[in-house]
Design a protein around this ligand. Structure first.
Ligand code: SAM
Length: 216
């Protein structure tokens, strides 16, 4: 693994790798798009449609730096963000701490985002089942198209690929009350066959798996 730095900038904190020059992975939520209407904070966004209006609780079982968790909490779901990488987990906790100090962010996010450090395969089986389990395992690098955005590369270098994503999916499928949602690159095959519905964004899609007895 290369060298990583946590860089404190005027506009916030970032995670940089040895190749980062002007920007890395933002480590707080203030830089994220919080526009309503046609912005990220809309229930018309594919991620929101994939989670579904009837859900109240969501476990983001692959939270990373928490961008999706934050978005979902801002949209009104009660989110538990699980992250197993110790460094990423600390950075995620820091983002939530900074968010709690920011009155404007708190107004949108409320008290709806909680972090749990550890492996979701175990954590999910130790607690009350959430309505929805959201999975965004580290994408396989694309062979044919352009490299992913720089910040995503930084996280990938730190964490590596998630090799046990199928095992996590199986646990999630057993635990979720309403559905499992898996984020995929637009041109990637489904993580697992048997997708019940998909919601497409510009570069990603959200595959929805309903509980086996209702989905099959
Ligand atoms: C692609 S990143 C997620 C990015 C995130 N959706 C976001 O919006 O910032 C995947 C993350 O899932 C974590 N992860 C993968 N498998 C996990 C597991 N079984 N339990 C907890 N975290 C896991 C990895 O450590 C990595 O940080």
């Amino acid at each position: 693994m290369g060298e990583f730095r946590i860089v404190l900038l005027e506009h916030g904190t970032e995670l940089w790798d040895e190749h980062s020059r002007r920007r890395g992975m933002p480590v707080d939520f203030r830089s994220l798009d919080r526009r309503t209407g046609s912005g990220s904070l809309s229930h018309k966004q594919p991620i929101a449609k994939a989670i579904g209006r009837s859900a109240r609780t969501v476990v983001d079982a692959t939270a990373g730096l928490g961008h999706d968790s934050f978005l979902l909490a801002c949209l009104g779901w009660h989110v538990v963000a699980m992250e197993r990488h110790p460094v990423v987990g600390v950075l995620l906790e820091e983002s939530v701490r900074l968010a709690r100090e920011d009155a404007e962010i708190m107004e949108t996010m409320g008290d709806r985002l909680r972090v749990q450090s550890g492996d979701a395969r175990a954590l999910l089986q130790e607690q009350d089942p959430p309505d929805v389990i959201y999975l965004d395992p580290m994408f396989q690098p694309r062979r044919t198209s352009a490299l992913p955005r720089k910040p995503a590369q930084v996280l990938r270098q730190l964490v590596g690929l998630d090799q046990d994503e199928l095992e996590l999916f199986e646990v999630a499928r057993r635990c979720a009350r309403q559905r499992v949602v898996v984020k995929r690159a637009d041109d990637a095959p489904p993580l697992v066959e048997g997708v019940d519905l998909s919601h497409r964004g510009k570069i990603v899609r959200y595959d929805v798996y309903l509980p086996l007895e209702r989905g099959s």
